[in-house]
Design a protein around this ligand. Structure first.
Ligand SMILES: [Zn+2]
Length: 372
């Protein structure tokens, strides 16, 4: 179980292929060999009990059941004649939460899935940056490439815009050293943490103004809308069936049937799109509120962060935008925008601003009593 937790932790830093190699070196039994060692029958044959495949690692990483739920109806057979198992689309899976003790907490699991979607690959030298997949050019929007050639020491590892192409590309260099970026991000995290720790009500008030706190009325409105739309879709099915029967029985003319069925089908099509849209909105609101909870949990739990860890970066930072360096003042000055998960860009208010915000909250405590 501990090994599983470590594996998830590791996956935030390395690719499945690297983890597979490490497990092989550490002589960890592959699942089939492990079951066999317990005396259980296994279907698969294996020659090397330590030959980990990156696919096996990936399978473990996407298995939602480690969060303590049970997932049913993941597969189906094509027909009773063809005994080929096929995976069903995810939205047809039945997920029953909390059926078993969770080994991986849900936040970690979700974060790993998110990272897997971005498919971050290590550089040729095997060195990875803490921020891979999160650093972008503020001007052209493309990714910044992480350069960690063998000839560079850790201090020289840097980022530059993917469109710079050594001066032949369409964008400027947007150069920043990895160590500098790490320092900037760590400072930003610490000042946000200080702010949240000392003035959480003010922080929540600001978030409410930015519309980030999940609005219960809006979610419940969306839920009701989705329910109604789904019910109408089912009703339309029945209506379409009924007019078809009416037409067969000669109760309505073929022409009238054609007109009505087109109308019903158009309405149904429109509703199906609307449901998809509303469900997306709802999922987005729920994700933001989950992200905000994670963010607050991480920030509240420590007095100050000494160094960046993959977990810290992945639970707090969503995106980093680097501006091109500005040498006009004589110093090399690089502006970096840090987008935190859930809250995005945040300007931490000054002492005076905090004071006036506190006064506002005190004057109207009912409206400002907020929780995340
Ligand atoms: Zn660029």
């Amino acid at each position: 179980m501990n090994r599983l937790r470590k594996l998830y932790e590791k996956s935030m830093l390395c690719a499945p292929s690297q983890i597979a190699r490490q497990l092989e070196q550490e002589k960890v039994l592959i699942p089939t060999a492990y079951y066999a060692s317990l005396g259980r029958k296994t279907r698969k044959q294996y020659t090397d009990p330590y030959a980990w495949d990156q696919k096996t690692v990936a399978c473990i990483l996407v298995n939602q059941q480690y969060t303590g739920c049970t997932v049913n109806f993941m597969t189906t057979t094509v027909s009773y004649k063809v005994h080929k198992t096929v995976y069903k689309p995810k939205d047809e899976w039945q997920i029953i939460p909390n059926t078993q003790p969770a080994i991986i907490d849900e936040d970690t699991w979700k974060r790993v899935q998110e990272l897997r979607e971005h498919r971050i690959r290590p550089t040729a030298t095997g060195r990875t940056s803490l921020f891979s997949g999160k650093v972008f050019c503020a001007d052209c929007g493309s990714k910044l490439n992480f350069c960690a050639a063998k000839s560079l020491n850790a201090n020289q590892e840097h980022y530059r815009c993917a469109n710079y192409k050594s001066g032949r590309g369409s964008c400027q260099i947007h150069f920043i050293r990895n160590v500098v970026l790490e320092k900037i991000v760590l400072e930003a995290i610490n000042s946000l943490a200080d702010f949240v720790r000392c003035y959480e009500p003010v922080f929540l008030y600001l978030m409410a103004q930015k519309d980030i706190l999940s609005k219960r009325t809006e979610t419940s409105k969306l839920r009701t809308a989705i329910e109604n739309e789904k019910r109408r879709i089912q009703d339309l099915d029945k209506l379409i069936e009924r007019i078809y029967e009416d037409q067969v029985l000669g109760n309505i003319s073929a022409e009238r049937y054609a007109r009505m069925s087109v109308n019903y089908e158009n309405e149904q099509c429109h509703l199906i799109n609307k449901v998809a849209e509303d469900e997306k909105k709802l999922a987005c609101i729920e994700q933001t509120s989950l992200d905000l909870k994670t963010l607050l949990k991480v920030l509240r739990n420590s007095t100050s962060f000494e160094e960046l860890t993959p977990t810290l970066v992945n639970s707090l930072i969503r995106r980093i935008e680097v501006h091109n360096n500005d040498k006009s003042s004589g110093h090399c000055y690089v502006k970096v925008d840090i987008y935190f998960t859930a809250i995005g860009l945040i300007d931490i208010p000054t002492e005076d601003e905090i004071k006036s915000l506190m006064a506002k909250i005190k004057a109207n405590p009912q409206e400002c009593r907020l929780t995340a």
